[in-house]
Design a protein around this ligand. Structure first.
Ligand SMILES: [Mg+2]
Length: 358
């Protein structure tokens, strides 16, 4: 099989509501979709959800890198030689992880379609479903409680709350939330780097009594010492997100004893291959992983769900990025019902375009 063409398109999709986190607010979703064509009629689809503040990319840089640097490397190659192709891309281009991710997902989609298997079966097939958190962006105490009530009524089993901008309100919010939803529902918090280390310790120690499952990225992504300081001073397990992109980051975090859990995202790692490496390194170090996502369509979240189901060491999921979209360009990929993510038995990622994109 040979790659004959690669199509790239920018997409802009409306969100159900503005999404605010400590790093900023998004009013719509801007991503890039790719389609890889082969001489055997199989096509693979992939997605990049670039984040200037996390991966340092925009849709413009993603399209430029894919069109001008990656596409010439891909044409004529056998898409099943995934390791070889991704190694060539990584040798030619530093960073640009979401652009690489789009290509990685599309290649794995082709692999699954060629093998006539849903991707999670090819990657390990460890489980059939995974509980996912649903995320509430930063908003006032009242609105947070109202939204949580609605999400729980819809079947959510885990609520992830964005914090990190206002320590006093954060504490008040978690208290009110716990009182509203009771103790059967899990609560995770994510500060998205919003606190200074001492501030993080103060807030986390105050909310420990409300049974917090774990706290994500309390301090700046570059501050591994600060992260360790927080981890050593609180009882809530500390998860890294923005500090962890690659397998090398994983090794450094393990050496530094800086965290309890990893949050792996395909857009940070550059796709499924590097994400699997992180999960495997973590497993050997006794660190469980969560698979997370950005705001993404069912292509990106679908690919991540397949990986989450495939591997034993993906113990948690925060795969709700597609739920923020008012409309999607594909159907399938991931099915979310009552706080549980599943995939279909369709081959590859299992998505079907329902909008004209290319
Ligand atoms: Mg996070």
């Amino acid at each position: 099989m040979k790659i004959t063409d690669l199509l790239v398109k920018r997409i802009v999709l409306p969100l159900k509501q503005p999404f605010k986190i400590a790093l900023g607010t998004n009013f719509e979703y801007e991503g890039v979709v790719v389609q890889i064509h082969t001489n055997e009629g199989i096509t693979g689809i992939g997605e990049a959800s670039p984040s200037p503040r996390i991966t340092g990319e925009t849709t413009g840089t993603v399209i430029d890198v894919i069109e001008n640097k990656i596409k010439p490397l891909l044409i004529g190659k056998n898409p099943l030689d995934i390791e070889k192709i991704l190694d060539e891309i990584n040798s030619a281009i530093l960073y640009n992880s979401s652009a690489k991710c789009a290509i990685d997902i599309a290649l794995y989609d082709i692999l699954g379609k060629h093998a006539k298997l849903p991707l999670y079966k090819l990657l390990g097939g460890f489980k059939q479903k995974i509980i996912t958190s649903v995320t509430i962006g930063i908003k006032g105490v009242k609105d947070t409680v109202l939204e949580a009530r609605e999400l729980v009524a819809q079947g959510a089993k885990v609520i992830k709350v964005k914090i990190g901008l206002a320590p006093v309100e954060d504490i008040e919010k978690i208290k009110a939330l716990r009182e509203e939803i009771g103790y059967d529902i899990k609560i995770r918090v994510d500060a998205n780097q919003g606190y200074e280390p001492r501030e993080a310790v103060r807030v986390l120690n105050k909310i420990e009594q409300y049974e917090i499952e774990f706290a994500e990225q309390p301090v700046a992504y570059w501050d591994i010492q600060g992260l360790k300081q927080v981890r050593d001073s609180v009882n809530i397990p500390i998860m890294v997100d923005e500090s962890l992109h690659s397998a090398r980051d994983a090794i450094n975090l393990i050496r530094a004893n800086a965290c309890d859990i990893f949050n792996i995202k395909l857009m940070k790692s550059g796709g499924i291959r590097e994400a699997s490496k992180i999960a495997n390194i973590a497993e050997s170090a006794g660190i469980p992983c969560m698979l997370g996502c950005m705001v993404e369509t069912r292509i990106g979240v679908g690919a991540a769900t397949h990986l989450a189901l495939a591997l034993k060491n993906i113990k948690y999921a925060d795969l709700d990025g597609h739920l923020f979209l008012k409309e999607d360009i594909v159907e399938g990929g991931v099915i979310t019902e009552k706080g549980i993510d599943r995939v279909t038995s369709e081959p590859g990622i299992g998505v079907k375009l329902i909008k004209k994109v290319f």
